[in-house]
Design a protein around this ligand. Sequence first.
Ligand SMILES: [Mn+2]
Length: 373
Amino acid sequence: MSGPVLPEVARQPRTPFLASSTDYASARCVLLGAPMDWSSSFRPGSRFGPASIREVSEAIEEYSVYADRSLTEIQFYDAGDLILPFGNVAASLDLIGRGVAAVLTEGKFPVLLGGEHLVTYPAVRALHMLYPDLCVLQFDAHADLRSAYLGESMSHASVMRLLHGLLGDGRLFQVGIRSGDREEFVFAAEHTRCYRGSLDEGVRSAGKDIGRRPVYVTIDIDVVDPAFAPGTGTPECGGPASAELLRAFSRLDGLRIVGFDVVEVSPGTDLSSRTSLLAAILVREALLRLTRGYSLPPPRHLRCDRFTRSGHKIWCMTQMRLSISCAPMSDPVNIVNAPAGDSQTTSEIYVLGNDCAMLGRVHPPSFLLMGAG
Ligand SMILES: [Mn+2]
């Protein structure tokens, strides 16, 4: 299959990322923009991050001296930005989850461009259904562990708390953190691994603790000092230089990275574009690492618990076109608009998610069921 992922919900980029392929089928990674900043508290504008990162990617080299590898040696596809309903957090997260799930069911790695940090939540939720032992490595100035911010639990300031609720204790690894309220640090001491030293030491320690478990890497660009990344929603002084971040990034080499995002790039407050340039380099480094060696296994496990009650709606997506079907999951799934020859039994259906989410593939590679409770 060639063409954009989710043509109904993603828009082709005006300027695709440097060296991206036009051949979707052979791509190992898919870039997907999530231009959402609906919960940004200080300075909105990260909705313009994905377009800005793509635009400045022209100015960086395809070859990376850090990875000794070039984007021209790998296959990745830039699917453009998801079309998100302005101001609607729940519906936007739902669409982001679907977009990431669509990438995963194609056996490809997602690379998400934020957007505010909340976009990480649906991405991790989709991956967690594929990888029950998933860990998250967070580069950030902020702990993002508030149970709610301004009365809102679905907030960029609460995203890591949401992820902790999903993954449980000891799965969240935090580096670069230098800001948060006291409760967040008390929470971190008990429930996450929050490394307070240099980025380099933090990533090294996190790498040892994560081991061979699959890990999603999320980079809030504000992890570096505002001198190096002024274009971000909540700049936090006292951070490391961009060189330190790139050095720490090279330490990720031994890890089994299964997804990546870079978030909180808000180009409007950075006339120099250095924030977007740094993000573009991070995306290049991520792509070069995600395509190294191993590939994404197909979904393996079945979790039907949220779907066993009768009367659930099942969204059925065939050949990346959405259609709607309704079926009680206790019965064999009744697939509407299934192409002739596709399995109509539940035996090959994998549940990847719950409320926003997805039932996995029936016949790879182009079949995806999406469900909502
Ligand atoms: Mn942050």
